[in-house]
Design a protein around this ligand. Sequence first.
Ligand code: M6R
Length: 364
Amino acid sequence: EKGGYEHFMLKEIHEQPRAVRDTIGAYVKDGKIDLSETGLTDEKLQEIERIYIVACGSAYHVGMVGKYVIEELADIPVEVDLASEFRYRNPKLVKNSLVVIVSQSGETADSLAALRLAKERKIPVLGIVNVVGSSIARESDYILYTYAGPEISVATTKAYSTQLIAMYLLAIQAAKVKDVISEERYAALIEELGTLPEKIQKTLDDKERIQWFASKYANAKDVFFIGRGIDYAISMEGSLKMKEISYIHSEAYAAGELKHGTISLIEDGILVVGVATQAALFEKTISNMVEVKSRGAYLMGLTTYGNYNIEDTADFAVYVPQTESFFATSLAIVPLQLMGYYVSVAKGLDVDKPRNLAKSVTVE
Ligand code: M6R
């Protein structure tokens, strides 16, 4: 059942090119996005003036990426909330808005409660859900299914990757119907989307290097992940993967926040992972990497091919293929998933069933 892999997590990491291809294939036809199957027609999408993305855990991290992508591409203001916060804080939901609930299982108690709150307030809900017929799928007004297939490992990988695709689809289509991008740009984005499965496969082909690095750092006590913009969102997910299955304390920090407190924790030998996939923020993040390095950190740098000068600062560099800046998350997350996985394996832990965690959190 593990298809020759030692753990479900490794199998599911390797299924990502297929999962992403299937999710794109379900909604892209003849070079155009068609969301009609979800119920969210172009006419309805055009009327949306604000989006609230609400989720837990990794699905919340997808929401953070969604915020950057939707705001930047479609020019719609987006708020992202943790479901457990949203449901108890009497959120101000404006009219002509859309609540997006992201959930692999479709059964997460807090996310379901957030959905019900939105519906009570008469705000339409789009569910981005993997499990067909789950509670969130049934109660959503519109439903965009991801096609990850069954995910067994507690640590999500392929479901996360397909949820990112859902965000890109929503952002690109909203940009189109609101007429804020040109036909050429629309076509180019969809074409680039289609290259992601192959590029994800390329990052997987590099896994031996990550395995080597992970086993070297398996005894680390603390790891910090830093990045800006979308790279901060990637850092949050990389950090969660690390702590959830490797039991290593890790934190993600917006790189620019380091000097407001966290940098005091940096000392000799502390592992810092600097994520710098965004060209516009590259130099800024590098300067934060220089700051931690000069305080003794051991630095892993994660960027795209071509940015080889990261090696002037990073002790260990990992490259992912170049893509549209918005889509970089889909590639950069793969080495971070592998890092979490191989550290967990090196420590002899129960990778697929980490202590104290459940696959689906049906109690609040
Ligand atoms: O089923 P859901 O997507 O609603 O689950 C949300 C979180 O519980 C989930 O993403 C959790 O953070 C994962 N274990 C992370 O790998």
